[in-house]
Design a protein around this ligand. Structure first.
Ligand code: SAM
Length: 337
């Protein structure tokens, strides 16, 4: 079967083998992107969802070999936002038109189960706003309580489906634990997001195929796929940046398999190549909204210094950006349907 026929078959069956995905990853992107765009149009429509992300702490207990926030990085100035600061930041985002706020941080135990609960409850009082959490691996009871408090979604990427690579890059944890967290979150009724990086050392096209199939197996409602970008203060400083074309192809194949899932055009992709994944079936974009003094310090990978604008100005710019692709700006919370 040629790749066109394989792509048509995947669209029809929502199923693929490792070999089929590898063959598509090796081939030309033209038909793949065209079909991923069409599938996104048919199942998700033309509206792009904007998410406000508040990166509220860069303290982290983890030793992820690729991440600038890793515990061992002594060159980073650490910060924490207070609960009041986080809630008023969410309020500003809500007033600027955002209907989803993502609360993300390093794995920082300073924010106990009850502190996070309080933040969720206070943000929920602002109005009809969805809350996505991304605070890493926690206990089942933490996830359960936050869900009861009103948290709607949770992002925790599996990073790589190869357990050996995973365990090498995450000496503080294990692949099994990561997957256990993802399964708990699904069981608790969160709209759950996973994802992975393209270009991690040791990764092959087979690994990427397994990454995509793991998203399918978990039936995630959201999937973030971005290139790995080397950070100078980490063990992986001398590795190369992941390929943006391969990233786009992985997004497109994911769209063929997970038709209604929310796929962001990841910040890492925008940073590494100034490109975006709308052409490959993405339908979500995120914008940082925490104060600029903190944004600089949430240094997971190097990025160019940005001009300091207000949340409303940045929102207007991203709306214009979306419209420049002939797409629409969603005014809903953008839940998984
Ligand atoms: N601690 C939370 C967790 O484990 O899910 C969220 C914070 S973590 C910094 C957010 C994401 O950043 C990770 O899932 C990872 O994919 C991404 N990331 C970290 N370092 C990166 C790098 N050097 N290049 C690309 N992405 C990176």
């Amino acid at each position: 079967m040629d790749n066109r026929a394989v792509i048509d078959k995947i669209i029809k069956t929502s199923d693929a083998s490792v070999e089929e995905i590898v063959s598509i990853l090796k081939g030309s992107e033209d038909y793949l992107f065209e079909m991923a765009y069409r599938v996104r149009q048919e199942y998700c429509g033309d509206a792009v969802h904007l998410r406000a992300i508040i990166e509220f702490s860069n303290y982290c207990r983890c030793d992820c070999l690729y991440c600038g926030l890793q515990r061992l990085n002594r060159n980073i100035q650490r910060y924490r936002m207070s609960p009041d600061e986080i809630v008023s930041n969410a309020k500003e985002a809500y007033q600027a038109g955002y209907r989803t706020v993502i609360l993300q941080s390093g794995e920082d135990s300073y924010y106990t189960r009850d502190i996070i609960s309080g933040i969720i409850r206070d943000i929920k009082k602002l109005g009809d706003i969805a809350i996505t959490l991304g605070v890493g691996e926690r206990e089942y009871d933490d996830y359960a309580q936050w869900r009861r408090d009103g948290a709607d979604r949770y992002l925790i990427k599996h990073e790589t489906a190869d357990s050996e690579i995973y365990n090498r890059l995450h000496p503080h944890s294990s692949f099994e634990r990561r997957i256990e967290c993802l399964r708990w979150l699904k069981e608790l009724g969160y709209q759950t997001g996973s994802g992975f990086m393209i270009g991690l050392p040791g990764q092959t096209l087979e690994t990427i195929a397994k990454d995509i199939l793991l998203l399918k197996e978990l039936e995630v409602e959201m999937a973030g796929i971005g290139p790995f970008i080397p950070h100078p203060d980490t063990q992986l400083r001398d590795e190369s940046t992941g390929s943006s074309l391969l990233t786009l192809k992985a997004v497109a194949i994911t769209r063929l398999l997970l038709k209604r899932s929310h796929l962001p055009t990841t910040t890492a992709l925008e940073v590494s190549t100034k490109t975006n994944a709308f052409c490959a079936g993405a339908n979500v974009i995120m914008r940082k909204v925490e104060p600029h003094s903190y944004r600089r310090l949430y240094d997971i990978y190097p990025r160019p210094k940005a001009l300091e604008k207000t949340i409303a100005q940045e929102r207007k710019e991203v709306e214009d950006f979306i419209k420049s692709f002939g797409l629409e700006v969603s005014d809903s919370r953008g839940d998984y349907i």
